[in-house]
Design a protein around this ligand. Structure first.
Ligand SMILES: Cc1ncc(C[n+]2csc(CCOP(=O)(O)OP(=O)(O)O)c2C)c(N)n1
Length: 371
């Protein structure tokens, strides 16, 4: 098994060479993990009380997204993440209220309620390509983005992420193969959280690791401790530098553990051993970074508590604001696809609005989706 890159051990003690990072960057990494926990907590409450349909717990894996986010430059790089990457959005100051707009599918959701919850898409303040439901489709799409950057002579790179289960998708193979051949400026980050819903990694691959799969596509493969934000930062920033220098892609496997369910519809106690969860709780990525930041004088216990309270308030206020917004109007199903609605769709729109008006579900095209 290839070596596991680690900078902080389980207690937060430095065991490798720490990257030179400004205090602001380190605290933003930490804050984005705390915000993710607060967002998760709020989403669970909203889902259990029937206010949103679905969410995807990020508990335990947050350092992968936070460390990777910090390694990318939003002024020139693009992101094609997957659904378990909330800290990446928080790190780059995506508004929590906009994220909740998507969770509620309200009229201000960037996808106008047409996507599932947790399928975020943003162009500002950083470029986040829309999250896909079909596993792995973002991989060849991200390679396409990277090739476009290369062909236009731009100096950016693309970061795309996916879970261990997604390495079994055809998108993984075709994307990595193409990127390897054409030296696309891209970083492939596999979040090996050990499960694809209830399917353990043992049944996902016969390879000795996910990182070793890089060999078949002619690119370096790196294995990193995914509960160590500094190590993830180091691996992704080296790979992004390599991509920007025209040396081609890298596959990174971030070894971590999903401490919550696959989604709010899942009960992991049916297939994950309780002792395994206890073992990984000791490797908590939040406490690891917190302990190190305190030992370096960048954080105090008191400030850490304040950050947690600020995040809880921020998520509650953002969720309340998004909840209060109206749902998208019925006509938007038809109106913002073409610049001018073609006559056959106009006819369908009229008949659809009439149908729902007859059922008292929506009075005109200004009425909300009859959900
Ligand atoms: C092509 C495709 N097949 C199956 C599914 C159903 N599905 C949704 S998530 C998931 C597990 C994905 O596991 P992994 O890639 O390891 O990511 P994780 O959810 O563990 O972070 C599956 C099978 C899907 N969305 N798309």
């Amino acid at each position: 098994m290839s070596e596991l890159l680690q900078i902080l051990d389980e207690t937060g003690k430095k065991v490798g060479k720490a990257p030179r990072l400004k205090r602001d960057v380190l605290l933003q990494m930490y804050r984005s993990i705390v915000q993710t926990r607060a967002f998760d907590d709020r989403c669970m409450k909203l889902q259990r009380t029937g206010r949103i349909g679905f969410s995807v717990p990020n508990l335990g894996i947050e350092a992968v997204s936070a460390g990777a986010a910090a390694a990318m430059d939003p002024s020139r790089d693009w992101f094609a993440p997957y659904y378990r990457d909330f800290a990446m959005l928080f790190y780059h100051n995506i508004s929590p209220e906009k994220m909740f707009d998507n969770m509620f599918g309200n009229c201000e959701d960037n996808a106008v309620g047409r996507q599932m919850p947790v399928h975020f898409t943003f162009t500002e303040p950083a470029k986040f390509f829309s999250i896909s439901s079909p596993l792995g489709t973002q991989i060849p799409q991200a390679v396409g983005m990277a090739m476009a950057m290369k062909n236009r002579g731009e100096d950016g790179a693309v970061l795309t992420t996916f879970g261990d289960g997604t390495t079994s998708s055809s998108g993984f193979h075709s994307g990595l193969n193409f990127a390897g051949v054409y030296k696309a400026p891209i970083v492939f980050l596999c979040q090996n959280n050990q499960f694809a819903i209830s399917c353990h990694s043992d049944k996902q691959t016969a390879s000795e690791s996910y990182a070793i799969k890089a060999k078949a596509y002619g690119m370096p493969g790196v294995r990193v401790d995914g509960n160590d934000a500094l190590a993830v930062y180091k691996a992704v920033s080296d790979a992004a530098k390599r991509a920007r220098e025209g040396k081609g892609p890298t596959l990174i496997e971030a070894y971590t553990f999903r401490m919550g369910g696959h989604s709010t519809s899942d009960d992991p106690s049916r297939y994950v051993d309780a002792d395994l969860i206890k073992k990984w709780q000791k490797r908590d990525p939040l406490m690891r970074l917190r302990n190190w930041l305190i030992s370096e004088g960048h954080l105090t216990d008191e400030r850490a508590e304040e950050i947690a309270e600020e995040a809880a308030d921020e998520m509650k206020n953002a969720a309340d604001a998004a909840h209060a917004k109206s749902r998208p109007v019925l006509g938007t199903i038809f109106t913002d696809v073409f610049e001018k609605v073609p006559p056959h769709l106009e006819a369908q729109m009229e008949s659809c609005i009439k149908h729902h008006a007859e059922r008292d579900e929506a009075v005109d095209e200004k009425g909300e989706f009859p959900l």
